[in-house]
Design a protein around this ligand. Structure first.
Ligand code: DGI
Ligand code: FE
Ligand code: FE
Ligand code: FE
Length: 187
């Protein structure tokens, strides 16, 4: 699928600000894929569709998580986590993208997972550092992303876990599992 076609499809699913965020993730994912030698077309498509399900209702997302037998522990954590796996499902069934590498990059873009592929890391980091993002620590991750993607990923996970803990938010176990996996590999 071509970039323009994909963008037209996703644009209908998103509000203006979220579409602008998506364009930033696309641009950043293409840069990272070029830098690290990943498949640029896969990175571009995964980035374009990563937040496809962002504006689906909680009811619809919950129904899909149950019916499609996704990890049921998702339902015990923040609904903010749900658009990632539900997005992968809807991009497959509604848009017709069948590439598992792309679908997994969408599925794991919020929590990460142990043993992430390069493509999954690229979408996770691009989502975190795209030019429209501004939060404490983002510039550190931007700098790290140019040098060493796993160090950037570790820092992004540390920031995310810290930010959630400061808000007394429960942390989804896969977020910790991803942090532990990268932290051990960087030892
Ligand atoms: O969809 P985006 O806003 O572009 O970004 P995202 O998909 O990376 O994250 C969406 C939200 O999910 C964000 O507000 C933080 C939250 N989140 C990420 N990891 C966890 C989490 N929330 C909980 N409760 N637990 C997590 O592990
Ligand atoms: Fe997201
Ligand atoms: Fe993210
Ligand atoms: Fe996003």
């Amino acid at each position: 699928m071509k970039r323009e076609e994909a963008l037209a499809i996703v644009r209908k699913q998103l509000k203006e600000q979220r579409y602008i965020h998506t364009l930033g993730v696309m641009e950043t994912a293409v840069e990272l894929a070029t830098l690290y030698g990943a498949d640029v077309q896969q990175a571009e498509l995964a980035a374009i569709f990563h937040d496809y399900a962002k504006f689906r209702s909680k009811e619809e997302m919950k129904r899909i998580i149950i019916e499609q037998q996704m990890p049921q522990d998702l339902l015990m954590y923040s609904p903010e986590l749900w658009h990632a796996p539900v997005g992968a499902y809807l991009v497959q069934t509604e848009v017709g993208i069948q590439d598992e590498h792309i679908l997994n990059a969408i599925r794991y873009h919020t929590s990460g997972r142990p043993n992430m592929t390069l493509l999954e890391k690229i979408v996770y980091i691009a989502d975190y550092i795209e030019p429209n993002r501004s939060f404490p620590g983002v510039d550190d991750v931007r700098a790290l992303a140019k040098e060493h993607i796993d160090r950037a990923l570790l820092r992004a996970l540390q920031n995310t876990i810290q930010f959630l803990m400061e808000k007394n938010e429960p942390i989804y176990p896969d977020t910790f599992h991803t942090y532990n996996d990268i932290a051990k590999k960087l030892k």
